[in-house]
Design a protein around this ligand. Structure first.
Ligand code: HEC
Ligand code: HEC
Length: 459
């Protein structure tokens, strides 16, 4: 009798281990097929550039009214985003969930994306519509066309040229006074000459002795009169790479060969992601994005963008290609558990809802729960039948056919997405400088979940 039970136990253990081994084999096979590899650490960045970029990133002197910095919308304490569905730019006050609109201002039409791992060499697109794209080798395509200077280190640096020219994000409107009640000289410049905006910001920066020193240390061979905002942009990119690169998530350890770094539920989730659920059709490659544009039927709300107001037609505004209507660039997914609300406009506040949306996009669009949005955004929701039909007209075929997942499978997918979080990405506050050369206040907050824990002084 005893021998029989031992035998059964041995067979059972053998079967379980065999199955587990099979799980890893199957997963590694499918990863190989899809050429999914561990995220590599980008080449080391020059510490003098990082030091300059770090203060530039936090210095509100870059904004017309001296009231907004890059960190306002990509704060380390907010996991390189701003925690809002749609960002609040010029004229706003406060940080994160406590940020308030300035009087008479409009909302930024899109969600401020996390900016993790944007220094990876694979990146060749920036923004939800990729309006900035290219590489050092191929050259860059941007809204500034031939007005863009030369000498960029990467596409991330090119991106940094544009928040400062945007009136809503940083520059301000004609007639604006800055926080000291002085005229905002950046806002007076015509939109047609972004190069004059860049030059005017450099004049502000180089009037400050500490910036002269920092630029000299970062660019010892460039005489002061040859420094342009592209040098500032390269430094900002160097800081973004230094602060926001994370290559040690449990998933990256799994990809590096460690079978024990993730749970079995996560492995089953990965098998779904790269197999039956076919998330890999768009969230492909090492960065988990094809860097292409898809309309997956996300609801329309917010002020809308440029020529399409009150709608945001996404990539279509760049290409005029009908298939690109309401299409947005596939987001990468590392650290995705930390970066809600999700989607190009922050339509979802629960990661599970963001995933579930893909499984029956048309139904999710029609049954969208407005309750999750702030009241001010609810009022801008465009849910008329005509609009819904227009959105669904160009829905990506990959999400057009409903795909069912059992509740347990959804949980497995969630377990997988959790393995994409690098624990170090939870501790970003160390990148906040105590002060910046302009002497303007540095936005700070203690990274806590509960809004009552927040102290406006950052203490
Ligand atoms: C008022 C909020 C705001 C400010 C200030 C701001 N950003 Fe952003 N950022 C956004 C939003 C919103 C987007 C997406 C816009 C879009 O896709 O059209 C974005 C996009 C980006 C991206 C592109 C990421 C990607 O995956 O394509 C990077 C990088 C970035 N910002 C860096 C910066 C830097 C550097 C600064 C300062 C020079 C800055 N941002 C200032 C809100 C802001
Ligand atoms: C047809 C291409 C496509 C497929 C297939 C796809 N996605 Fe997406 N995914 C996108 C696009 C595009 C967005 C952004 C859409 C927008 O904001 O308008 C997105 C957004 C997301 C987001 C939100 C990320 C963020 O930072 O806002 C998550 C999470 C996500 N997808 C997970 C998945 C999972 C899990 C699957 C498989 C079940 C999947 N996706 C399948 C294209 C796709």
């Amino acid at each position: 009798m005893k021998t029989v039970s031992i035998l059964i136990a041995v067979v059972f253990v053998a079967l379980v281990s065999f199955n587990l081994a099979k799980l890893d084999d199957r997963l590694r096979n499918i990863l190989k097929q899809h050429k999914v590899e561990k995220l590599e650490q980008p080449a080391a960045v020059n510490p003098a550039k990082v030091a300059l970029g770090r203060v530039l990133f936090f210095d509100k002197i870059l904004s017309g009214n001296k009231d907004v910095s890059c960190a306002t919308c990509h704060h380390p304490g907010l996991r390189s985003g701003d925690s809002l569905a749609l960002s609040i730019g010029v004229g706003g006050t406060g940080l994160g969930l406590w940020r308030k609109m300035g009087e008479g201002r409009t909302r930024i039409p899109r969600n401020s994306p996390e900016i993790f791992n944007r220094g990876a060499s694979e990146w060749h697109t920036m923004f939800w519509d990729s309006r900035v794209s290219g590489t050092v080798a191929t050259g860059f395509k941007t809204p500034a066309d031939e007005k863009l200077p030369e000498g960029f280190d990467n596409v991330l640096a090119v991106q940094a040229m544009f928040p400062v020219t945007s009136r809503e994000e940083m520059r301000g409107e004609i007639g604006d006074k800055d926080i000291f009640n002085e005229q905002n000289e950046l806002a007076l410049i015509s939109d047609a000459v972004p190069q004059s905006v860049w030059q005017a910001i450099m004049e502000r920066l180089l009037a400050i002795p500490e910036y002269q020193e920092l630029f000299k240390a970062a660019y010892p061979d460039t005489p002061k009169e040859n420094l342009g905002f592209q040098h500032a942009a390269n430094a900002i990119a160097a800081f973004e790479i230094e602060a926001f690169t994370f290559t040690n998530s449990p998933w990256d350890r799994y990809l590096a060969g460690n079978n024990k770094s993730i749970s079995n539920a996560a492995k089953r989730g990965a098998l779904l992601f790269y197999g039956d659920a076919n998330c890999v059709a768009c969230h492909s490659g090492t960065l988990m994005t094809d860097q292409k544009h898809h309309n997956i039927g996300i609801p329309q709300f917010g002020p809308g963008k440029e020529n399409a107001i009150p709608f945001d037609i996404g990539r279509f505004a760049e290409t005029g290609d009908k298939q690109d209507r309401f299409a947005f660039r596939t987001p990468p997914l590392r650290n995705v558990t930390l970066t809600g609300p999700w989607m190009h406009n922050g339509a979802y506040y629960q990661l599970e809802d963001a995933i579930a949306h893909h499984l029956d996009a048309a139904k999710a669009l029609r049954q969208y729960d407005l309750g999750q949005l702030e009241p001010a955004l609810r009022e801008t929701y465009k849910g008329e039948e005509k609009t819904l039909e227009r959105i669904l007209e160009t829905l990506d075929p990959l999400v057009a056919t409903p795909g069912a997942l059992e509740e347990s499978e959804l949980q497995d997918l969630m377990a997988f997405l959790s393995t994409l979080t690098d624990p170090a990405a939870l501790q970003l506050n160390l990148h906040i400088p105590p002060k910046v050369p302009s002497g303007l206040p540095v936005e700070n907050m203690i990274d806590r979940k509960n809004k009552n824990d927040y102290n406006a002084d950052g203490k």
